[in-house]
Design a protein around this ligand. Structure first.
Ligand code: MTE
Ligand code: HPA
Ligand code: MOS
Length: 767
């Protein structure tokens, strides 16, 4: 029965697979929430939101608005059938404001109408009177007044106070980092359809289908089993749809459930910008101490996080700021304190890096400041203090398989840092009004949800009787390519071609109790669950094949859709074996489960082993500043990035490039501006500048440091979603360095983003 049949030559190497969504994206066939064809009787929802940032609602009158032609009903907090509560971590956020408003843009009423125009018209006829209360927009002011969203946290390693006494050099300073608008191409939205048994099905643009399900069930006062959430894909999330997608989904579901009609709530861009939270701004203090050899002996930092008006995810983000407060460096004595401050801004939320970038900016500023005072390159301090195997992070985890120095040394060697510096110096000597700046930015990012219990996932794999395969997981595709990776994992595990596999929508009825697609851990967690399911199916198939071969001791394997017995190709292929197994009533479906082993964390002691592993890398950034105009260009970003054994290099490269440009945007041009009344001034694309094609560095090279260490990444392919964003911090310091080359006595502070306006002022200021 053993034949010498050749291995199929159509097998595509996994690495050339690319992104399964690309053809549909570029031909406009990809489906987003607003593309789902509306059913007969669908209601359109519009939100009436607060026009002041803090105050009591004295009166509200919507009788006239309700009579507008086409308006079906206007809903207030009194119409919420269950709990008027959407807070994920802390129950401090009403779905609809009741007697007070806490931020401008806070939803108060929902208008449901036969069409969008009627709903818009009704909004204009709603009358509201407020009694204004004091508005706080600054986190330090909130902190001084004791307004905190959650208890403050403190990470301690060694004894910084004692260690400062041993330091030769001590420097102190203040930093500010601003928010960042997610600007996902697809705005927030949901479409809900009432279903049998008093239930509802919600199509939501969410990273967290289970969060939407849980919140909706709470708002409706029904069981989670009465809410089915389905997600095809998102036109971007970037953290902004981890928790904040639940609001619109709960609204659409509530209207659909009460009215027994389909209902759609999709925000327009300016509504989205005004009503949703952004990356948390931080105002921070640092104190850094070094010995005579530039070893960092002690570091103290205090972070004031601007949380906005409700906790949302800010307490978890605060925690990650502390986890990453020493970035890639080993510092033996650390005291880091973080406060989540309550202000009258829309609740700020997850954004790529989840507080990590904010923490890293502060240590980088501290090192930069120390270097400037000492008259040396920051790179000297940076390189010297990189983590090594055996070093301890402030949270107690011991460094294993550190790639920090390897990435640094490889990028500085490959791009000949000495030569780059010499060229820049020569350029700067020759040009009076153009100055170049260079920086190095190492990154070390922990992979796992910092909340240990969230690190689990499930997958459902069906092999159909024709040999085609359907895979459902808890992973949400938001452009990061996770669906492609899931297909590749299943293809490898089952030994079949990627085109046999379809990735289904993410659906709470197929895969339950999911963690959001976040923390860069989606491919790891869901991929391992897919592996588990496929292994179960393989075991059944292998046992069945042995009944055919008649020898229990045969070694069975399926590769390239051919069944191998004792390493020899057999007469069976995948399709035949599946058909025969089906006729023999073998179970061709499996549910996989994965929970990350090893990790744990004790929040009382603030010690543990919270991360499955760390991702490392280093970026060199070179910029040219026009010293008459204050404008700048990014000449180059060269990166060596620790990707492990990438299963999809083109997707991972895309994540690096996108993340870097998004990080550069945060650090150099995107300026979220609220006035003292809490009104968002940067409320449209005309007033909020995000990177465009011209902002992309002229050279953007990412080289993967291919490592083959045992780790907890799926098929050793390390998480890549968030870490590259933090290379963008390098752009801040490169621009700053150029400014200081032009004007060594500039009074420029550590205040990001370093916009052209700030550059211009920095170029001509004196300290
Ligand atoms: N890439 C695209 N194209 N769109 C996104 O919304 N989100 C980022 C990152 N890359 C995002 C993205 C964020 S915030 C995270 S946490 C990860 O993708 C989530 O996906 P992963 O866990 O599969 O990396
Ligand atoms: N990262 C991203 N999202 C999260 C996390 C995290 O660590 N914890 C809860 N949500
Ligand atoms: Mo990403 S900020 O963890 O969604």
């Amino acid at each position: 029965m053993i034949t010498d049949k050749k291995i199929s030559s159509t097998t595509k190497p996994a690495t050339s697979f690319g992104n399964v969504d690309t053809p549909n994206h570029v031909t406009g066939k990809s489906v987003y929430v607003d593309d789902i064809p509306g059913m007969e009787g669908m209601l359109f929802l519009k939100i009436f939101d607060a026009t002041i940032a803090h105050g009591k609602i004295k009166s509200i009158d919507y009788t006239e608005a309700a009579q507008e032609e086409g308006v079906v009903k206007i809903f207030s907090y009194k119409d919420v059938p269950g709990e008027n509560q959407i807070g994920g971590i802390i129950p401090d956020e009403p779905l609809l404001a009741d007697t007070e408003v806490h931020f401008m843009g806070q939803p108060i009423l929902i208008v449901a109408a036969e069409n969008e125009d009627a709903a818009e018209e009704a909004l204009k006829k709603i009358k509201i009177e407020y009694e204004p209360l004091p508005v706080i927009t600054n986190p330090r002011e909130a902190f001084a007044k004791g307004k905190l969203l959650s208890p403050s946290r403190k990470f301690v390693l060694g004894n910084s106070e004692e260690a400062f006494k041993q330091c030769k050099y001590i420097f102190e300073g203040i930093t500010e980092s601003n928010g960042q608008e997610h600007l996902y191409l697809e705005t927030q939205g949901a479409y809900a359809v009432p279903t049998e048994h008093n239930s509802v099905k919600v199509y939501s643009s969410t990273q967290g289908p289970t969060a939407v399900q849980r919140t909706t069930a709470r708002v409706l006062g029904v069981g989670m089993n009465q809410v089915e959430v389905d997600v095809t894909r998102l036109g971007g999330g970037f953290g902004g749809k981890e928790d904040q997608a639940s609001t619109w989904a709960a609204m659409a579901a509530m209207v659909a459930w009460i009215m027994k009609r389909p209902a759609k709530c999709v925000l327009h861009r300016m509504e989205d910008m005004r009503m949703t939270g952004k990356r948390n701004p931080y105002s921070s203090d640092f104190k850094i101490g070094l010995d005579a050899h530039y070893n960092i002996l002690a570091y103290e930092a205090t972070f004031h996080q601007n949380g906005g008006a409700a906790a949302d995810l800010s307490p978890a983000i605060l925690e990650r700021t502390l986890f990453h407060c020493t970035n890639s460096y080993f510092i033996p004595n650390v005291t880091a304190t973080a406060h989540s401050c309550k202000t009258n801004l829309p609740p700020n939320t997850a954004f790529r890096g989840f507080g990590g970038p904010q923490g890293m900016f502060v240590i980088e500023a501290a090192i930069d400041y120390a270097a400037k005072q000492l008259g040396i390159e920051a790179a000297i301090i940076q390189r010297k203090n990189l983590v090594k195997d055996g070093s301890e992070f402030p949270y107690g985890q011991i460094v294993e398989n550190s790639e920090a120095a390897k990435c640094w040394d490889e990028v500085t060697a490959k791009y000949d840092i000495k030569k780059l510096r010499a060229e820049i110096d020569a350029f700067n000597r020759q040009n009076k009004f153009f100055k170049k700046g260079l920086s190095l930015m190492p990154v070390c990012f922990g992979i796992s949800f910092t909340n240990t219990m969230m690190n689990n996932a499930r997958a459902l794999v069906h092999v159909y009787s024709d040999g085609s395969v359907g895979v459902s997981t808890g992973a949400v595709e938001m452009g990061q390519g996770v669906n492609s990776k899931m297909i590749q994992v299943a293809a490898r595990a089952l030994g079949i071609h990627v085109d046999k596999i379809k990735l289904e929508s993410t659906n709470t009825s197929r895969v339950a109790n999911t963690s959001p697609s976040a923390a860069s851990a989606t491919a790891d967690l869901n991929g391992k669950a897919v592996l588990d399911a496929c292994i179960q199916i393989n075991e059944r198939l292998h046992a069945f094949i042995k009944t055919l071969s008649g020898n229990k001791n045969d070694k069975v394997e399926i590769k390239d859709e051919i069944v191998y017995i004792n390493n020899q190709p057999s007469e069976y292929n995948w399709k035949q074996i599946i058909q025969q197994a089906f006729f023999k009533r073998i179970n061709l479906s499996a549910k996989g489960h994965y929970a990350t082993p090893v990790i744990h964390y004790d929040k009382i002691k603030e010690k543990g082993h919270p991360f499955a592993y760390h991702v490392y890398g280093t970026a060199i950034t070179i910029v040219t500043v026009d010293c008459l105009r204050g404008t700048y260009e990014l000449d180059a970003v060269h990166v060596v990035h620790d990707a492990g054994l990438s299963i999809n290099p083109s997707v991972d490269l895309g994540q690096c490039e996108g993340g870097i440009v998004q990080g550069i945007g945060w650090m150099t041009m995107e300026e979220v501006v609220y006035n003292e009344n809490g009104k968002l001034l940067s409320n449209a694309l005309s007033t909020y500048k995000i990177p465009d094609i011209y902002s992309v560095p002229k050279q953007l090279d990412v080289q993967f440091l291919e490592t083959n260490n045992d780790n907890l990444a799926v098929l050793k392919s390390k998480a890549v979603g968030e870490p590259p964003l933090m290379y963008g911090i390098g752009a801040y310091f490169a621009v700053r360095n150029a400014v200081l080359t032009f004007n060594p006595t500039s009074s420029i502070t550590y205040n990001a983003p370093i916009t052209p306006e700030k550059v211009l002022m920095g170029l001509y200021s004196k300290s």
